[in-house]
Design a protein. Structure first.
Lengths: 263, 263
DNA sequence: GAGTGGTCTAGACCACGCG
DNA sequence: GCGTGGTCTAGACCACTCA
């Protein structure tokens, strides 16, 4: 059925490669299926944590074989957008109730143990509506002067203030976000974003530098202004590579380190 | 043929899950095939950059279907151990002649462009045979006092000394490594390790901190001792998770940053 | 026992690289 | 035109989960 479907498919099969075209112009079926599933995820047809239809059902819906759906889901699972569980089904990934508490936080305690040094204690210093500076606007793909929510908080690990973070969020998507909301929610902030605003962060880029703190940062972290600290600038993206958060964090690295695995 | 092979296979098919056993004790065929291919890679049956047998040939050799070999190779490719090229074949991955010049170096220039700011200029300060300290021995899984090669070098990017690195290598595997050898080789040092010592680094762990340089480091990087710098401790591994290099780098981050992608 | 994802197979055809 | 990896299919059976 691959080459001559009798029932009209809603998506192009193998589009004939145009003669002198320069762009790729060829997309395997499973990529098209992946795109369709992605659309459903993005549209909220299935919410974070929920079960999506079985491979057989999706195969029937899209009029392809189970193997093709499988390959599409394989890629989505590799990108951490869904989670497969043998015997149960495939679930929409969520930052809540996950295997690791903070998926995007790569700061680990020096002393062996995993990141289970108790939950990080959050302290929200401010959360206000402001206008985007040129740089914030650029990184969030907004226009200068657009409304953004700006928040500052301190994370305390094992009783030591270790991280001070400034967070910028597009105003339109996070309308009404309050300091109370940020402080009271138990669990990852990204899980709260899913629940309260329907915004799922699926990937992020970080730029890391060594810096000295300014007076205020030094005071918040209880270190001197000559203590070297890690500066971590993170841009987090939802589906479609749309940036939805800018985060500038300053990390103490006297008892913790940023861990990275290369391959 | 999967369940009742008539010709005796050299590897266990589905080993019957022992009754009250606690360990997994079940390995899919493709994982066993992957293990066999891995052994050949490790044994040097095919050298870095070389073509490995086609999927059909391997399927015949191992008496399984092409699809099973494909899945094994898929995983090896995902781990960057081999590289597939449609129409040509599957090649053993190499640090030489790769798409990115330095696969494990995550330092990028701030000003947009890719890492093509010209090649890094290397300056080897020393390269000597010493005895492993307790900590070096622990990280390289050697015994305290075992012979190790210790080297120090400075990398200059765009005319600015940006990185000073101390490198420790197990003496037994890198016998005869000289400062000349480290300095004269064109291209990634890891490529030289492949060529000269048959040691392939396949993955690495990094621990990152912010530090202040000591007098010597400051002088080498032409900064003051109060300039915050990135400390990057890397342990690089060959096959079988065997550590083969410890590297302690100090990075200037005034014109560059450490880039990381999370997902 | 029914349903899910996971493995394995065999065969067909497609896109690519190269002689 | 041939060989390579890449896609797609259809069907069988296995391992896991849960009622």
């Amino acid at each position: 059925m691959a080459s001559t479907p009798t029932t009209a498919p809603e998506f192009p099969h193998h589009s004939v490669s145009s003669s002198g075209a320069s762009t790729p112009s060829f997309s395997p079926l499973y990529q098209q299926i992946k795109g369709l599933i992605l659309q459903s995820l993005q549209a909220g047809e299935w919410r974070p944590g929920e079960l999506i239809p079985s491979e057989m059902e999706l195969a029937a819906r899209f009029k392809v074989s189970q193997g093709t759906v499988r390959k599409a889901i394989d890629e989505l699972a590799a990108e951490n957008l869904v989670m497969r569980r043998q015997g149960k089904g495939t679930f929409v990934a969520t930052h809540a109730a996950q295997q690791v508490q903070y998926r995007f936080l790569k700061l680990h305690p020096d002393t062996g143990d995993l990141q289970k040094e108790g939950r990080a204690q959050r302290s929200i210093l401010e959360c206000k509506r402001v206008r985007a500076s040129a740089e914030v606007a650029r990184l969030l793909q907004l226009k200068s002067g657009d409304a953004v929510i700006q928040a500052r908080r301190v994370l305390t690990l094992s009783g030591t203030p270790t991280i001070v973070e400034d967070i910028w969020l597009p105003g339109h998507a996070f309308k009404g976000l309050s300091a109370e909301q940020m402080g009271s929610y138990q669990g990852p902030t990204y899980a709260m974003f899913e629940l309260e605003f329907g915004v799922r962060m699926v990937r992020a880029d970080e730029k890391i530098r060594a810096v000295l703190p300014d007076e205020e940062q030094a005071q918040l972290l209880q270190v001197s202004t000559s203590t070297p600290l890690l500066s971590v600038e993170r841009v987090a993206y939802t589906y479609n590579d749309t940036p939805m958060e800018l985060r500038r964090g300053i990390y103490r690295t006297d008892t913790h380190h940023y861990r990275n695995e290369l391959s």
